[in-house]
Ligand binder design. Structure first.
Ligand code: BYC
Length: 475
């Protein structure tokens, strides 16, 4: 079991003190990270004690140690899952050879691109969420926001470690650039689309943590299969933390729906106006937010048919999530049937399996997203509203990347007239009115144990603490 060296400036389980030049490079980057955190991290609350979990080792007992800490003093560390002895490459053309402890020259730039793309999303999400503390529905939710934020910061550290340790000078330059791009910046935006979308209300935050963090889960699972062992081990440990982020999303949306149903039952109404006047969010509006964040997150998997994905699989850089579940790990002359769009028609096509890895990962993601939808529909049903249900829009709807990009598909996956599309889109995505209404609900609630009108209380506290516990010390 690897133990954390807690005495060092940068907590780690990689024997950092034995590698002075790496230690120096990271210590050089650390103040830049801290200054980025101060400028672009959570606005306000930086001087308050927050009940946070910190990783102190990578085993089950130590990865979640709870205590009050001021966010700028959070111990952002570097942790890799334990190394497996004699591990072999388990997919692609290099199958059976030992995994790589160093970056093979041929794959250097592709690997660096993957790590930079992954790394870029982490600080991006912190930037997107930076103003949310001002409108938190409860102190419990405020703490969860900060937990997510500090861990995304740690995930940035994880990628920066790989860049510094394995990519020399260009890795160090990329690490600097990760702090220079900013979410939504006109001149120097974040790399992937979703990470430039504003998250200015908590409905978007819960949707983001449900849908976009789940993309993170699937991308990390793919990278956790990598033949570049330090990357695989880094991502394995990141996945442990990622699970909590998705749980924040799922429970947040559940609590929001619960409040809506309570209001519908109490007032015996399904009128949007009446529900809104009672301070809850009608199911139609919730569906619009699902439509927005799900469709945006689908783009993060890349094109349905991708030569990048084929190369990454063939070379063993990026596998399928849970690669062990598949029978064939080489997929050389195998094919996959999928839909494509040619000459204004949807056609069925067979494509080489290696080229459709993005689509296979996306499908696994869609199935996972659907689990929450089914659960929410059971809740709606239980409250007696059998005629209502939430759903995931079609994977063809509102796409900007891949086969379906910029085509006028409706949420059911049917093509509609081009000239009707703009109006259609505004009818099924949050419009200005919806956003205005949602913003009107976003009132900060800081009394321990109290919760804003639009969401129910959490069922359980954090780490067996009471719901009323003072998760953020405001004194
Ligand atoms: N927006 O062959 P293609 C997370 C680019 S989230 C803008 O279709 P490929 C987290 C692509 O870069 C997980 N550009 O796709 C969640 C390429 O550009 P170049 C993040 C896009 O390469 C919440 C071109 O289009 N992890 O962790 O097979 C909070 C053609 O690419 C987009 C990763 O991203 C887009 N949506 O796959 C915090 C994993 N999609 O090279 C964190 C690492 C594609 O032609 N990244 N493009 O200039 C990858 O594995 C791959 O880069 C992608 C794309 C899956 C993103």
């Amino acid at each position: 079991m690897s133990k954390l060296n807690y005495q060092e400036k940068i907590p780690n389980n990689i024997n950092l003190s034995n590698d002075l030049s790496l230690q120096r490079a990271l210590e050089h980057w650390q103040p830049k990270f801290k200054s980025w955190w101060k400028d672009m991290g959570p606005d306000g609350f930086q001087s308050y004690d927050v009940y946070l979990r910190t990783a102190t080792s990578v085993d089950a007992a130590g990865w979640a140690t709870y205590g009050k800490v001021k966010m700028p003093e959070y111990r952002w560390g570097i942790f890799l899952a334990d190394q497996v002895k004699d591990k072999k490459i388990h997919f692609g053309d290099n199958i059976g050879k030992p995994v790589w402890q160093q970056v093979p020259g041929d794959y250097r730039s592709v690997l660096r691109r993957l790590i930079v793309t992954q790394g870029d999303t982490e600080p991006a999400s912190v930037e997107q969420q930076r103003m949310l503390g001002k409108t938190c529905p409860s102190i419990f939710d405020l703490r969860n926001l900060f937990q997510v934020n500090v861990e995304e910061g740690r995930h940035l550290w994880a990628m920066v470690y790989l860049l510094h340790a394995y990519f020399g000078r260009d890795g160090r330059e990329e690490a600097e650039a990760l702090l220079e791009r900013n979410s939504g910046d006109q001149d120097n935006p974040r790399i992937l689309g979703t990470f430039n979308e504003p998250i200015s209300d908590w409905v978007s935050f819960f949707m983001f943590t449900y849908f976009t963090d789940r993309d993170g889960k699937y991308q990390l699972k793919s990278l956790a299969e990598s033949s570049f062992d330090p990357l695989a081990r880094t991502c394995q440990f990141m996945l442990t933390e990622e699970a909590h982020h998705m749980q924040v999303g799922e429970s947040g949306i559940t609590r929001m729906i619960e409040r809506t149903l309570e209001v519908m039952n109490k007032l015996r109404t399904d009128s949007t106006e009446t529900i809104r006047n009672a301070g809850a969010i009608d199911l139609f509006t919730i569906q619009k937010y699902i439509n927005f964040w799900f469709s945006s997150s689908l783009d993060l998997f890349g094109s349905e048919i991708s030569s990048n994905a084929a190369t990454a699989f063939a070379n063993g850089l990026k596998g399928r999530p849970d690669e062990f579940r598949y029978k064939n790990h080489i997929e050389k002359n195998t094919f996959y049937e999928l839909e494509n769009y040619e000459n204004n028609k949807i056609i069925n096509q067979k494509a080489p399996m290696r080229n459709v890895m993005n689509e296979i990962t996306r499908q696994a993601y869609v199935d996972d997203c659907d689990i929450g939808i089914k659960r929410w529909n059971r809740l709606i049903n239980k409250h007696g509203y059998k005629e209502y249900s939430l759903s995931l829009p079609s994977t063809k709807f509102r796409r900007n990347i891949g086969v379906w990009s910029n085509l006028p598909f409706n949420t059911k996956g049917q093509l509609i007239a081009e000239n009707k599309y703009k109006d259609y889109l505004s009818s099924c995505l949050p419009d200005e009115n919806d956003k205005k209404f949602i913003n009107s609900l976003m009132v900060q609630e800081l009394n321990p144990g109290k919760t804003a009108s639009w969401i129910t209380k959490p069922r359980r506290g954090i780490n067996n603490q009471d719901i009323e516990y003072n998760y953020v010390d405001l004194n």
